[in-house]
Design a protein around this ligand. Structure first.
Ligand SMILES: Cc1cc2nc3c(=O)[nH]c(=O)nc-3n(C[C@H](O)[C@H](O)[C@H](O)COP(=O)(O)O)c2cc1C
Length: 181
């Protein structure tokens, strides 16, 4: 099974990237987990969304199509998801009703320096992915609050409670995928 991790942050030292990497460690050996960066995707323009799409967009759509499931990790920007993430989803969501996102099993995580861990961004992402007709893992949300305090210099998650909750989320997600997502 292939799972594609998508980071909503473009930042080199992204806490959400660390979170995605930590999440990847909890999948079983039956899962091939790859993380995609959204850094090179141009702004959505319907004039470019024809037969000759930008290469980064072709790659994005192909990676999503090839994956059995997606796991997003997103920061919260101004109580919503970052523009880069919304933009990538906009590209991937076309053609409506028959896009690479249609029916794609989806999990979501969020990390923020605030104590509420990007809860508002994750709620927004839920709405956006529902609009793209993606089934979303029915679970208590995984919100990583005060995320700047839970990783060591090597990127390892040192907060045991956060790690246990992440393991539970990812193992539950994989079980859900095995049952058909
Ligand atoms: C433009 C901008 C807006 C932000 N707005 C919020 C916000 O509304 N809520 C929040 O919890 N954090 C907010 N933050 C803080 C980010 O969640 C925090 O920087 C986080 O670490 C970014 O994720 P990353 O480490 O994966 O890059 C904002 C940061 C930026 C740059």
């Amino acid at each position: 099974m292939k799972v594609l991790g998508i980071n909503g942050s473009l930042r080199r030292d992204s806490l959400n990237l660390k979170l995605l990497k930590a999440a990847g460690d909890y999948f079983s050996e039956n899962v091939e987990f790859e993380i995609l960066s959204l850094g090179d995707i141009p702004l959505y323009n319907q004039d470019l969304d024809g037969d000759n799409k930008p290469a980064a967009v072709v790659n994005l759509k192909q990676k999503i199509s090839d994956a059995d499931a997606l796991v997003f990790a997103t920061p919260e920007f101004n109580h919503s998801i970052p523009g880069a993430l919304q933009n990538a989803i906009d590209w991937a969501s076309r053609p409506a009703f028959n896009s690479p996102l249609t029916g794609k099993a989806t999990g979501m995580l969020s990390a923020s320096m605030s104590p509420i861990g990007g809860a508002r961004a994750q709620a927004q992402l839920h709405t956006v992915m529902a609009s793209a007709l993606a089934p979303i893992f029915p679970s208590i949300e995984y919100l990583l609050g005060s995320a700047h305090t839970v990783f060591d210099a090597s990127g390892a998650m040192t907060d045991e409670t956060a790690a246990t909750r992440l393991e539970r989320y990812i193992k539950g997600f994989e079980e859900w995928l095995q049952q058909g997502g």
